[in-house]
Design a protein around this ligand. Sequence first.
Ligand code: HEM
Ligand SMILES: *[C@@H]1O[C@H](CO)[C@@H](O)[C@H](O)[C@H]1NC(C)=O
Ligand SMILES: CC(=O)N[C@H]1CO[C@H](CO)[C@@H](O)[C@@H]1O
Length: 319
Amino acid sequence: MFLALVLVLFFSIHLEAQLQVGFYSGTCGLAEFIIKDEVRSAFIKDKGIAPGLVRMHFHDCFVRGCDGSVLIDSVPPNTAEKDSPPNNPSLRGFEVIDNAKSRLESVCKGVVSCADILAFAARDSVEITGGLGYDVPAGRRDGRTSLSSEALANLPPPTLNVAQLTQAFANKGFTQEEMVTLSGGHTIGRSHCTSFSNRLYSFNSTTSQDPSLDPNYAAQLKQQCPQGSTDPNLVVQMNPSSPSVMDTGYYQDIIANRGLFTSDQTLLTNPATANQVGLNVINPFRWRSNFSMAMVKMGHIGVLTGSDGEIRLNCRKPN
Ligand code: HEM
Ligand SMILES: *[C@@H]1O[C@H](CO)[C@@H](O)[C@H](O)[C@H]1NC(C)=O
Ligand SMILES: CC(=O)N[C@H]1CO[C@H](CO)[C@@H](O)[C@@H]1O
């Protein structure tokens, strides 16, 4: 009887294992401050750190949940998430996480998970680029597995149409509305030419340039991304009018047929998503608060809590 009670208690606690705002207040009170400080000083040197960390959190959460798996280095023969095509060479900001982690290890050893550091750093990046700050529920623990194949299978490619995007986000528990909201992350940052050059040069067998792309913007992109360029490092800014500001410029771009990816411009092809794009343009406050709420929700995907997983000592390798 007692054993049964213990089991019931164990499982109910286990099921309710949740993240908590202020999780480290008793065990590492300076954690959030230290992370914010590292994000700030990195951002001063390189504005690209902010979009890099926002995207990194997304790529962590969509693959095996927010368990810091995106941070693990490949160890042959395993190819880790970070070395799969959606992440390499485009993902950036790993050093910020490493620097925060080493400071945290020196003040409170083995306490703050890498998955939480990334969640806090993404929030700080939203804030530092002018987005609405939000409390980050914490208590994630780190996973021990990172597989390139899972990044490929779970991260939506930029060629998806609105139905496919809706499905990809539904697979992670999001509504179509939340998908549109989160896509607004593309209001900051950059893209490699390789992520959209098909729209400029090889759209389909009869049409080389995507007709849904504003021809003037296409011409500009062609200058920045010459056909047949062998330089895999060529990049362009997303939302060129304000690439470092968390505003609704992304949605304005879409309305002007200047969404960079097929997956951006496609939001105009469905009545419900097009309507939402328009609402976000008209009411930037709506998007700002929706975005922060959706980021909090994203941070809950598939988290390890309680005694699951571990607190990695080095974010690049399981203990
Ligand atoms: C809706 C499906 C999505 C697709 C298909 C997609 C695809 C992409 C691609 C192809 C890039 C450019 C990578 C490169 O070539 O450098 C990119 C960049 C970026 N994405 Fe997404 N993404 C999506 C959703 C999101 C979400 C949900 C967020 C965050 C909330 C996000 C945040 C970013 C940011 C901030 C960048 C710029 C990264 C940098 O400057 O380093 N994306 N995305
Ligand atoms: C190529 O794209 C154009 C413009 O969207 C379209 O009219 C045409 O039918 C497409 N051709 C093929 C072969 O898919
Ligand atoms: C997904 C989401 O949170 N949508 C909300 C965005 O903001 C509007 C207005 O503030 C709400 O009505 C939506 O539910």
